[in-house]
Design a protein around this ligand. Structure first.
Ligand SMILES: [Zn+2]
Length: 404
């Protein structure tokens, strides 16, 4: 009963307090030695020891079955979810980390439908959060509905953002949206002690400064180590009135010896197996971070989207070719297929030319070294800036021609 009251209170507080960047100070610490996952009589109990009480909320999501716990500021430090997970079979995967500024999230992927038996925060003595789950038949599973994820975070909602956007013709500063991949609960690729999320954020800040010096307006989908759902990244671009969208990644590829930079624009499917896996991994990272894709997909919108894409796709292709030319022209190492098509979710804005740049592959030791080399980074940022400038000029000229 107390647990239920606390949960209700936690939820109410969570919904009334907007997340703000300056609140991100991780007040409570996760304490691994007082934490455990135990299974008894078919029930699974998650106990999380924390250094002080926090506001939190718990909910379930479907497809795949997940338990999501959002906390107001819990610092997990260097503890890994794998240590806590141990051998609990009801939980197939566990992740945690920063979610939005001021908020941390834990996501447990479950091996089937469950119900929340109880959820409570004990505050007498040492603080702990205890969550008890038990398996239920599919028809009894009640996932959280609606925009639970986005309602809380002060980011634009897809429905609030208009689609009307005038194509750039050089008359005003170009609006570039930079999208450093991953972040927070989703670290992206991890190789040789390096996290993709950190590498691409550092590079994006450098590129942003260069683009601004070149007179462009730059908006970043994230400027901190926080999680941003793939759909939100596209929404941020639309809200900013982006003239182009550039997603930055440095993934790992398990198979073969991939190295060098490559640029992706949207196509119906990836051209090779390694890229297909890369696309799938990014969508899966999003799901494992607790994004709810239930109830998406609007048939009417589909037709409009296809129409808009017919104009945007050649512009995206041209952008990827010009960028590849600029990078090659700067003498920087490129992948053997420098321009490729793939169905990355962040490339799906129907009316904003969009590309995804794999700066290099963290799985390649040579690329890893380059990605951390200040000189290489400066040259790469300069090459991308030149590429965007040159694309914008020819794109503006084309826009004027079309209008006549
Ligand atoms: Zn990535």
């Amino acid at each position: 009963m107390v647990g239920r009251f606390l949960l209700l209170l936690a939820t109410l507080l969570a919904l009334t307090l907007p997340a703000r960047a300056q609140d991100f100070s991780a007040l409570a610490r996760y304490e691994p030695e007082r934490s455990a996952i135990t299974q008894q009589g078919g029930q699974t109990e998650i106990t999380l020891g924390i250094s002080q009480p926090v506001i939190y909320r718990v909910f379930l999501l479907a497809a795949p079955y997940r338990l999501v716990v959002d906390f107001r500021e819990v610092n997990f430090g260097t503890s890994t979810p794998q240590e806590l997970l141990g051998g609990a079979d009801a939980i197939t995967n566990l992740r945690w980390g920063a979610f939005r500024p001021g908020w941390s999230r834990m996501v447990a992927e479950l091996d089937g439908p469950v119900q929340l038996v109880s959820s409570e925060e004990r505050t007498e003595g040492e603080t702990e959060i205890r969550i008890k789950l038990e398996p239920v038949p599919v028809e009894k599973f009640t996932p959280r509905k609606g925009a639970a994820d986005s309602a809380l975070w002060d980011l634009p909602q897809p429905a609030q953002v208009s689609n009307a956007h005038r194509r750039q013709d050089g008359a005003r500063p170009l609006v570039v949206v930079l999208d450093p991949g991953h972040g927070g609960i989703d670290p992206g690729a991890e190789d040789g002690g390096t996290r993709e999320a950190d590498i691409v954020l550092g590079f994006a800040r450098q590129l942003r400064d260069q683009l601004r010096r070149a007179g462009m307006t730059v908006v970043m989908t994230r400027d901190q180590d926080v999680f941003v759902p793939l759909e939100t990244r596209v929404t941020v671009a639309r809200a900013a009135g982006a003239d182009l969208f550039v997603s930055l990644h440095a993934d790992s590829i398990a198979e073969g010896q991939a190295s060098g930079s490559s640029i992706y624009r949207l196509s119906d499917h990836a051209e090779d197996d390694a890229t297909r896996k890369l696309v799938a991994r990014h969508d899966r990272d999003d799901i494992l971070a607790g994004v709810d894709l239930d109830g998406q997909g609007d048939q009417v919108a589909h037709v409009l989207v296809d129409l808009a894409r017919r104009e945007t796709q050649p512009r995206s292709l041209r952008l990827s070719q010009v960028l590849a030319g600029a990078i090659k022209g700067a003498g920087l190492h490129m992948h053997k297929h420098p321009v490729q098509g793939a169905d990355f979710s962040v490339l799906k804005s129907p009316d904003i030319p969009s590309v995804l740049i794999e700066l290099g592959f963290l799985s390649s030791p040579a690329d890893r070294k380059r990605l951390q080399d200040p000189d290489w980074r400066a040259r790469m940022a300069a090459a991308i800036t030149r590429g965007i400038e040159s694309w914008a000029q020819s794109d503006a000229a084309e826009a004027k021609l079309l209008r006549q």
